[in-house]
Design a protein around this ligand. Sequence first.
Ligand code: ATP
Length: 434
Amino acid sequence: MDDNLLEKVVALCKRRGFVYPGSEIYGGLAGTWDYGPMGSLLKKNLKDIWWKDMVQMRDDVVGVDTAIMMNRRVWEGSGHTQFFTDPLIECKICHQRFREDKQELVAEHEKSHVGQKVEWTEPRTFNLLVKAYLGVIEGSQNEIYLRGEITAGVHVNFKNIIDSTRVKIPFGVAQIGKAFRNEITPGNFTFRSVEFEQMEVQYYVRPNDEEADKWFEYWKQNRMDWYVYLGINKDKLRFKDHEKLAHYAKRATDIEYEAPWGWDEVMGIHKRTDWDLSRHEEFSGQSMKYRDQENSDEYWPWDIETSAGVDRSILFFLLDAYTEEENRVLLKLHPKLAPYKAAVFPLLANKPELIEKARGIFEVLRSEFMTAWDDRGNIGKRYAAQDEIGTPYCITVDFQSLEDDTVTVRDRDTAQQVRIKTDQVAAHLAGFLQ
Ligand code: ATP
């Protein structure tokens, strides 16, 4: 692997408008990132594909979009005020703080104090929930938490969802949204941020191990296949069972990617059993049970959760797609993910006939999908610019186009060009429309 891959991707992200450091002109805010014109398109594409596959194309999943700010009792019920912690240790020399379980970072830090023996404080539990104050008076009365994971919004609405839809066990509830964590050491670009987005399905099943384990296996494979289908090199993905389980989980597996800093988590599949529904019933006093139409049993279904990071997925898609060839850099992103699907170039900017013809093609394509227009500089530079943002096809209108109504279509990955009739361009690119 290229030793500088991460640095190169970070630089490309800044240079080409994928991701910028948050609040940059004020010196930044650690662990926050802003998505630029390319990054916001990539992110939207990823979320749209996910939503289509998880909600639109499935009979058994409905979607929700719940509030980020919730009654603080929710987090007592879900166990987060008590258990959502990481072990924090502090370097006694420079007082920098680390997660004790992130051994590589700890070792790296020890090496940075050359010739000194680093001593650490005893680990203490550090709660990751981010506090906020709501209302006009500061104080514990008005203290709330920004959600540490998007899951709780689904569980607390369990009754609302079963009462207002026709879902029947087994069924899932999908959600995409922001989560916030007071991470002790944000880092590795967007991999560990303090504000990030998650895409989750809580899949409710009958409460027994056989049923739950069957769905657990199903979702593991389903999610792995999804990343491979979207183009990630499958040799760089693996399952990793959790050794230490979160407070809500009876079983958990991560899908990991081989990042430049080592194998690390893309997403998790968790067997949460009835932890959430039973606890919310206990803490809220409201019934969270499901009445099974088949046998009139009443029970708390068990939850099989798939929880993926939007930002982490994007980072891994970018790292995986980054390719250097002799005289160009390209992002081999799956066309469905690519910010722009096509770019249209008139060969010369000062020939009105070329501009007019190219503009006509551009208007047709942009009504279907994101299409770039570029009439500046030489064609080679224009191709290079599109390669760097991962545009799968570039269409050039040249003098021959004026004679025989054909254009060249250049493929990003092979750099090969074919000539096709103008009215066939949309059909040639039709794969994006599905
Ligand atoms: P880690 O062990 O890396 O801290 P986690 O196991 O705590 O992650 P989960 O609570 O299972 O993560 O969250 C589900 C998903 O949300 C993760 O797989 C990851 O994709 C994403 N995620 C969690 N924390 C962050 C973060 N700080 N920054 C970006 N994405 C995150």
